[in-house]
Design a protein around this ligand. Structure first.
Ligand code: AMP
Length: 115
């Protein structure tokens, strides 16, 4: 049996984390190492999908739930506007293989172009 991911452990309350939103299918936590004034991770409750490619092929409605959650987070914390990032694979900076979306918001002017 594989260990639960770090995100699942936060959801279960086994390790600390700030849960900002929880629905039937997804939850959202503040990133521990924020790269923008608003940096939240939106995560499906299931660990079935390791990245967005698998998720999109396997459960498009769940992916739509993630985007809806990102929008809700942005509405509450960033005027409804946000950047959504999925890292896919280690060479693209993915470090946790339980699919998650980075929701960035309130970006400073010098971050409005490029990445
Ligand atoms: P990625 O590199 O795309 O897989 O993103 C994983 C993200 O999880 C990184 O941005 C980390 O800062 C974040 N992270 C790792 N551990 C924790 C934690 N305990 N609480 C919140 N965020 C975390």
């Amino acid at each position: 049996m594989t260990e639960p991911s770090i995100f699942t452990r936060i959801l279960r309350g086994d390790i600390p984390g700030e849960i900002l939103l929880e629905t039937e299918t997804v939850f959202a936590i503040r990133d521990i190492n924020p790269q923008a004034p608003l940096h939240v991770l939106v995560i499906p409750k299931t660990e079935q999908y390791r990245d967005v490619t698998e998720l999109a092929a396997g459960d498009a409605p769940l992916m739509a739930d993630m985007v809806a959650a990102a929008k809700r987070i942005a509405e509450e914390h960033a005027n409804g506007e946000y950047r959504l990032i999925f890292n896919n694979g280690a060479s693209a900076a993915q470090s946790v293989f339980h699919v998650h979306a980075h929701v960035l918001g309130n970006l400073p002017e010098d971050r409005l172009i490029g990445f």
